[in-house]
Ligand binder design. Sequence first.
Ligand SMILES: C[S@@+](CC[C@H](N)C(=O)[O-])C[C@H]1O[C@@H](n2cnc3c(N)ncnc32)[C@H](O)[C@@H]1O
Length: 219
Amino acid sequence: MKRKLARFAENETFPHMFQPKMFPPVDHTLKGKWHSDFFKNNNPIVLELGCGRGEYTVNLAEKFPAKNFVGIDWKGARLWRGAKTVQENKMQNVAFLRIMIQNILNFFSPNEVSEIWITFPDPQPQSTRERKRLTALRFLEMYKQILIPGGIIHLKTDNKGFYDFTLDVIGENKFNKIYATADLYHSDADNEILGIKTTYEKMFLEQGMKICYLKFAIS
Ligand SMILES: C[S@@+](CC[C@H](N)C(=O)[O-])C[C@H]1O[C@@H](n2cnc3c(N)ncnc32)[C@H](O)[C@@H]1O
């Protein structure tokens, strides 16, 4: 608990960590201004939704210095890990945002985002919780409002049910499925980028689980 509180306190000091009040939900001052007011360049902005400790965000940001990355999660102690690494490595192309993804439209404007990664989302297996899944249609409709036309969404999950659910949503809505595999590490997918492993992925791999990967566009 003491360590958690110390992390929350340090989060307040990071210039690349944003922890806005979520109630009442209002547009954030950076909405539509991430390029001009935070990153200070016009490089594409990539989001990682439910980023936890931000491993994908940080690794991608190191591989792609000409892109900007925003890791989003509501758990401050997890975000601290990614934010600390960004500080230690003096990275200029990463921010973290502590919000509920449900409120994402208060933080990004149309065409502000080029790409989205969803890494090991909570599977929400009960049918009553279907609308909480981060690839439920209501979420995809929000992502559509902030993504550039043809903007790519990547999903990595150990959960075959979540993967199948997302395939169904893509099929039913005639979205553009670009690549799909229920066994990433025995597929012909490019493992240079897809092989980045988050905390949850390492745990699932140790349990012998297969990793599913889906790449699609919604406009
Ligand atoms: C299973 S963890 C995966 C974390 C990380 N992507 C990884 O692979 O290690 C799911 C993460 O999504 C976050 N999350 C789930 N639903 C969310 C929501 N609606 N808004 C913000 N964060 C959410 C949780 O706090 C958690 O950190």
